[in-house]
Design a protein around this ligand. Structure first.
Ligand code: HEM
Length: 143
């Protein structure tokens, strides 16, 4: 498995863990067993489990298994790494919003966090596009 895929999958597992933990607190609040303010973590819970877990796992596996350009050449690797960095920065800003229980102002980090994650997916897509095309060409020329 290439280094970038390992980083993506490791990060995905970390955010799965944090996302589940936040979900547990929200569930406790829903059951009346914890402070109702934990509901403030719902948007962060959703972003961590959909973006931090599912999308990151998908990008990690895609970087690994998409058809190579030639032999072990994964094409525009700089874009893929750029996507990883932008995505991590976005997730870190979202992580900061956990503090909104005590510091309401940090809620404003949520939108730039999402923007960086979107940019991360966009960069990754720029890397992935040429890796999808050769497979389609091969399929079209198959007897
Ligand atoms: C991959 C796994 C998960 C995903 C993708 C996910 C995603 C979501 C989403 C999209 C919502 C918003 C639903 C809505 O507003 O209608 C939500 C709400 C919620 N999640 Fe999760 N979740 C996951 C796992 C968990 C786990 C493991 C827990 C508990 C330990 C949990 C606890 C909650 C609670 C308490 C709510 C609020 C439900 C309500 O509005 O009454 N989630 N989750």
């Amino acid at each position: 498995m290439p280094t970038l895929s390992r980083y993506f999958v490791r990060s995905a597992l970390i955010y799965l863990g944090i996302g589940f933990t936040l979900g547990g607190f929200i569930l406790a609040a829903k059951g009346g067993g914890a402070d109702a303010r934990f509901w403030l973590w719902l948007p962060t819970h959703i972003v961590f489990l959909l973006n931090g877990w599912l999308i990151q796992l998908s990008m990690g596996v895609a970087y690994w298994i998409l058809p190579r350009i030639h032999l072990s050449d994964r094409g525009r690797q700089g874009w893929a790494w750029g996507g990883f960095v932008a995505f991590q920065l976005g997730l870190l800003l979202t992580l900061g919003t956990i503090l909104s229980l005590w510091v309401p102002e940090v809620q404003s980090l949520f939108a730039p966090g999402l923007l960086l994650q979107t940019l991360g997916v966009f960069f990754f897509a720029i890397h992935a596009l040429p890796r999808i095309r050769p497979a389609l060409v091969r399929a079209a020329s198959a007897p």
